[in-house]
Design a binder for this molecule. Structure first.
Ligand SMILES: [Cu+2]
Length: 106
């Protein structure tokens, strides 16, 4: 059985002013070979792209956005304070950690 696990990445997109802009970005990115979906959140200026890593990559997506007339950069998720801590966690403490993260965001 072949399982294709799509990569999901977020990009910050600069220069979008209205729904037509975000639609242009979505269109440009979804046209790429290997891209499953491209969704733009205009208010957050965020592009979420789901793609097959074996067919395309973040560079190609950024280039497609640029060609459409906008600037894109990989969106940096705020990394956890210490990744090693998380690796060492058992399931219960990991759940607790996630719960705390969620609460922080509210
Ligand atoms: Cu526009």
């Amino acid at each position: 059985m072949v399982m294709v696990i799509n990569m999901k990445l977020k990009f910050d997109v600069e220069g979008m002013m209205c729904a037509a802009c975000s639609a242009a970005v979505e269109r440009a990115v979804s046209k790429l070979d290997g891209v499953e979906s491209a969704q733009v959140n205009l208010l957050a200026k965020l592009l979420t792209a789901e793609f097959d890593e074996s067919k395309t990559d973040s560079e190609a997506i950024i280039t497609a956005v640029k060609k459409a007339g906008f600037q894109a950069t990989l969106h940096e998720e705020t990394p956890p304070a210490n990744t090693q801590d998380i690796k060492d966690m058992d399931d219960n403490s990991l759940m607790e950690y996630m719960r705390q993260l969620k609460n922080k965001k509210k």
